[in-house]
Ligand binder design. Structure first.
Ligand code: NAD
Length: 348
């Protein structure tokens, strides 16, 4: 099948394929849009079934970054790199440096950052060959570094807008939130919520992590297979994508779904399913932009941690706007957010 016929192809501006025989680096960099600025989005390191699967992932994820960056108000377009995990060529400095060279050849049209399978140490190796990289370790008070806590802050604020919208409540006192996944975002989110008086139920496949957090925040722990279906005011998926689908949606027991995980809907129609069930879904990319807001401030060198905080604070209002417009138009929230993002990137 030609790339232009793939369902994930959405008039991407460019798709670059790199193969460095010497190091074993293979990567695809998809640039969906540079309408608002350089295409920004992380690099994913993953073992794909074949190169088409990698291409589809790059196409899908780069479009997602266009939408996320546009809604976040960033002067950045959307792009994504996927670095092939190959058993014959384990991740090495040579591979990461070759990737840096590939990114450099795009002359700033694409800016990379960390994504699944990559670390900030990897970003430092990539940075030996290109300046178009963000998410490098930074000193306190500056923008940049680990995006998790920033993402959590944005999720907390966006969730607060959803609680106000659906439950008519100001803040989280007595609001019950179920969190799936206690990683870099989930833990920070749990702490924000607990500090604001929320009642928490949590789960992680790492039981020790869940137990430790439960001790610290007096949260209730359930098994990983139960958390999605916990009776709660808010369900916050902060682990995996595609958790909202034909099988899970009928069994959900929360009024609101608002979490950090990327691509929570398996398909766009799952947003319609949630609406039909009366569950208020907050589009993931509208909520989880705190991390990219932070790393782009580092990249553009335009603002310290305080400035990042101010930009992330706008997520609350943006989420409120999406939810209000969805009510007015009688549309699913994910469709409204996509439409708003497309208008911003000149594809309305
Ligand atoms: P992480 O890898 O630090 O944490 C994920 C946690 O989920 C881990 O503790 C893992 O054990 C747990 N987990 C995995 N499968 C689970 C399951 N079935 N049930 C319960 N727990 C499970 O990741 P993170 O950085 O905290 O990100 C969480 C999600 O948010 C991911 O989907 C990520 O793509 C998305 N996201 C993260 C950021 C960021 O800034 N880190 C930004 C945007 C989106």
């Amino acid at each position: 099948m030609s790339v232009f016929d793939l369902p994930a192809f959405d008039d991407h501006e460019a798709v670059h394929i790199f193969d460095d025989a010497k190091s074993g680096m293979r990567a695809i960099i998809a640039i969906h849009s540079t309408h608002l600025g350089p295409a920004a989005g992380g690099c994913r390191y993953h073992q794909y079934a074949d190169s088409e699967a990698a291409l589809v992932d790059a196409l899908r994820l780069s479009r997602g970054m266009s939408y996320k960056n546009a809604l976040a108000g960033l002067p950045a377009g959307g792009g994504k790199a996927v670095l092939f995990k190959r058993s014959a060529f384990p991740k090495s400095d040579a591979i990461l440096e070759a990737l840096g060279g590939a990114i450099s050849s795009l002359n700033g049209n694409y800016v990379t950052a960390e994504d699944i399978g990559m670390s900030d140490a990897d970003m430092e190796v990539i940075a030996r060959r290109t300046k178009h990289v963000s998410g490098l370790p930074v000193a306190g008070g500056k923008a940049g570094g680990n995006p998790g806590p920033w993402t959590a802050e944005g999720v907390f604020l966006g969730m607060r807008a959803a609680v106000r919208h659906r439950l008519g409540r100001e803040g989280f006192k007595g609001v019950h939130v179920a969190i799936q996944g206690l990683g870099s975002v989930g833990i920070a989110l749990a702490r924000h919520l607990a500090a604001d008086g929320a009642r928490l139920t949590v789960a992680d496949i790492d039981e020790a992590k869940a137990a430790q957090l439960a001790g610290e925040l007096r949260a209730h722990v359930v098994a990983p297979e139960e958390i999605l279906f916990t009776e709660a005011d808010v369900l916050a998926p902060c682990a995996l994508g595609a958790v909202l689908n034909e099988e899970t949606i009928p069994a959900l027991n929360a009024e609101i779904v608002a979490g950090a995980a990327n691509n929570q809907l398996r398909r766009p129609e799952d947003g319609d399913r949630l609406k039909e069930r009366g569950v208020l879904y907050v589009p993931d990319y509208a909520l989880n932009a705190g991390g990219i807001i932070n790393v782009m401030a580092e990249y553009f060198g335009d603002g310290d941690a305080e400035a990042v905080k101010t930009r992330i604070a706008k997520i609350e209002d943006r989420v409120a706007k999406i939810l209000t417009r969805a009510d007015q138009e009688g549309e699913a929230t994910n469709r409204v957010a996509d439409q708003m993002a497309r208008e911003l990137i000149g594809r309305g």
